[in-house]
Write a protein that binds this ligand. Sequence first.
Ligand code: 13P
Length: 282
Amino acid sequence: MLVNTKQMLQDAKNNHYAIPHFNINNLEWTKYILEKSEELKIPVILGVSEGAIKYIGGYHTVVAIVKGLIEDLKITIPVAIHLDHGSSIDSCKNAIDAGFTSVMIDASKHPLDENINITKKVVDYAKDKNISVEAEVGHIGGSEDNITGTSLNATLEDCITLYNSTGIDSIAPALGSVHGFYHGTPNLDFATMKIINEKLPIPLVLHGGTGIPNYDIEKAIECGIAKININTDLQDVWSKAVREFLIKDEKVYDPRKVIGSGEEAIKSRIEEIVILFKTKRG
Ligand code: 13P
């Protein structure tokens, strides 16, 4: 069932668990995530970056793949198709028009006033179409598609201002996490996370979920994180499994066997993540 993220994230916020956002890269990735989430009976968010959208073919192709798989695989769990780090109002509009159920507008590289202006325009477009909108405040560093640069932590005041001025459905405050692998130990600002969660009625999102130690993930959920984005982690376990498979069998050439050799690695990692996130099963 295709849904926006409003209800699933609000339930997660109220009941102290996190919904996984898994980035998708292709048809197979999407299929493995949907099959495993259905088996585990959890709601899931399929995050799609602009880079992945381009790679897959376009906004409509992404939606067609997800809808087709939901129907053919008889998926019954709540599934959201979410634009990850939408870089412009147009990109968010394209996603919404194509059938995405949720968008993130990432105007965090702009000063707060400009971030608010851009975010508000996306919220206005999404509101009467029942599409959820996530926005970022501060700046989450690391390398991923169009995201570069160093982190700049969010403040409580900026989070309150962004929420009050736009009416977003969820917020991703940059609090020390980065995209991709960490160089050294992550240093998350749990005190600010907790206070933002207490002061705002909307769910908090943690980007850069890969490489954060389990005890910090648990602490982040205790401090109110309701959605955790995972991308690099699944890419890492998939590519390790595929590399091993290709080294073992030098003669294999069937792409279904090559790509599919990473299926189990993705699925078992999803199960570990869901247990760690304490994601409520339906
Ligand atoms: P990682 O690649 O670090 O898991 O981050 C994913 C992410 O935050 C996507 O928005």
